[in-house]
Design a protein around this ligand. Sequence first.
Ligand SMILES: Cc1cc2nc3c(=O)[nH]c(=O)nc-3n(C[C@H](O)[C@H](O)[C@H](O)COP(=O)(O)OP(=O)(O)OC[C@H]3O[C@@H](n4cnc5c(N)ncnc54)[C@H](O)[C@@H]3O)c2cc1C
Length: 391
Amino acid sequence: MRTIVIGGGIAGPAIALALRHIGHDVTVYEAYDVPPEDVGAHFSLAVNGLRALQKLGCLRDVQAAGHPVERMRFYSEGGRLLGDVARLRREADPMRSITLQRGRLVSILREAALAAGARIVTGERLVGGTESADGVVAEFASGRRESAELLVGADGVWSTVRGLIDSSAPRAEYAGLYGVAGIANAPGIEPGVWNLAYTRAGAFVYTGIDEGTQWWTAQIGDPVKPDLRGIDDAQWLRRVNELFPEALPQAVVGAATSIVASGHLTVCDTVRTWHSARMVLVGDAAHPVGVGHGASMCIEDALELAVALSGAPTVPAGLKSYDATRRPRIDRLLKHGHNARESKRPSTVKRQINSARMRVLLPFFERAQGYLYDYEPPSLPAIGGSRTATS
Ligand SMILES: Cc1cc2nc3c(=O)[nH]c(=O)nc-3n(C[C@H](O)[C@H](O)[C@H](O)COP(=O)(O)OP(=O)(O)OC[C@H]3O[C@@H](n4cnc5c(N)ncnc54)[C@H](O)[C@@H]3O)c2cc1C
């Protein structure tokens, strides 16, 4: 069966790889020509995402490219420790979450998809498409047209495919926060710990990678969407130093050496329609969760969609089954994502409420989040195994 995947980020190559396992003839179209290694900051993968990667056969490569993170610690503006819990896993789980460069994850997934027989075409931006009873014709900005029996929209939070499936689908908007990420070389910071300080300006996060290196991210509240174009590294470092004068961020920001990424954070209302008969959304196109779980959800989506399609008599039935299986878990996570984003917006009252709330909630953290990490990923057949009916 011919399948077009739009988007070569995280969800796109993951779904291409999963669909190769069930015999699809897959081509991924990615809008940008930029090498994946050069795009994006560092981020975290939770144990559920790692277990899903294991089913895709990529776990070892991803672990080798990343750094294990044992704990996460939350601090008040004044530097008081509010809580210390296991990072993105249950306390008793022997597996450790990891942090890695987003570009490394994209490269590993693309290489695995190519090795499994998928094609990846870069520099092709989808701009439109038409669906009939037995397939889809995709239209690209270059004038290229391609047809397939299934089109998967893995085109991220600003998804074009979302609008093709449902013209009244919600669109992403500025979340009232922007972020900047960089690297620092501060001495004496414990490696393997993710730290978050709630501050006057927003939230400051840093992770010790080794004895002398930290990856940091500042999330800054600003109700008016700022223009971030043309800000150079020196200007960013000055701005972060001014906005985060508190002792804890300063220990890292004062030793910051470079900026790796910056951008606006987005929100999007819940996407109620994930599929038509021949098109389906995965990853941020379907559910921008935005709380450090987005990449793990992409990998889970890939497995779940492939399994739903392989077990269904027709493509439309497979897409329906994927939606029904996936929706309850995603709805629960989206609710939590909203709360987490709200907690990073500044304001004195909110900061005080957050500190008080974190102290009360952290002892129950595992009970609230455990469902995320308990996920049991389904297994895929060996490549070329079961087939999806093309009807
Ligand atoms: C500041 C920040 C921090 C985050 N931290 C974490 C974290 O710690 N852990 C975590 O798991 N998640 C994190 N996330 C979320 C995570 O980055 C996303 O959930 C994940 O990248 C979604 O992957 P995706 O493949 O769905 O979309 P994307 O990664 O956005 O990829 C979409 C791809 O589609 C391409 N594309 C778009 N439109 C078209 C088109 N029309 N035609 C062709 N190609 C197109 C794009 O160029 C892009 O390559 C964070 C997000 C942000 C903003």
